[in-house]
Design a protein around this ligand. Structure first.
Ligand SMILES: [Zn+2]
Length: 176
């Protein structure tokens, strides 16, 4: 299980350069006007353990920087916990750098559908669509074992959830 998530997290890191979250200053209490802030990778080597994450809100002056050179394992465990979080959490899925609620998240099929950013959302959409288009034996095996696609939760892959998942993805896109 840990290996599985480590593998998944590594590929998920491809989408970590820009993470949309709810700004803690614009939206301190889950208030009326929700605003997005962005968690950006400051240095160029995104995969480095020493990479720096910084929150920037375009709507207010809020900014915060954090070194990512410590407790990688702990943050991974936190992410894993978030990953399986159910919709009964008031804040839902949190980013694993600052612990802020992800902007792109919604309940779907009794689970939480979430994405870091538009590119991640597009990835999920193309995955759900493409596997429907290619209904060939071995289609699933065609995905690399270590790829993000092969590590998606089963409920996203279920045919009976496809329309709902695509509908929710569209709803999330409208909030961008
Ligand atoms: Zn703000």
């Amino acid at each position: 299980m840990v290996t599985r998530f480590r593998d998944y997290g590594k590929r998920l890191a491809d989408f970590e350069e820009e993470i949309l979250v709810r700004c803690p200053q614009c939206d301190p209490y889950g208030g009326l006007r929700l605003r997005t802030a962005k968690i950006l990778t400051v240095n160029s080597n995104q995969s480095s353990l020493c990479s720096i994450k910084r929150i920037i809100c375009q709507h207010c002056s809020y900014t915060k920087q954090q070194s990512k050179d410590r407790k990688r394992k702990a943050t991974l465990l936190l992410w894993q916990k978030n990953y399986i979080a159910k919709s009964n959490s008031s804040y839902g899925i949190l980013d694993h750098f600052f612990g802020l609620p992800l902007w792109l998240q919604t309940s779907c099929c009794g689970q939480m559908l979430w994405a870091y950013n538009e590119a991640h959302l597009n990835f999920l959409e193309s995955y759900v669509q493409s596997r429907l288009r290619e209904r060939l034996p071995g289609d699933i095996l065609g995905w690399h074992n270590g790829s993000l696609a092969s590590r998606l939760p089963r409920w996203i892959k279920l045919t009976q959830h496809r329309e709902k998942v695509l509908q929710k993805i569209q709803q999330l896109k409208q909030t961008l």
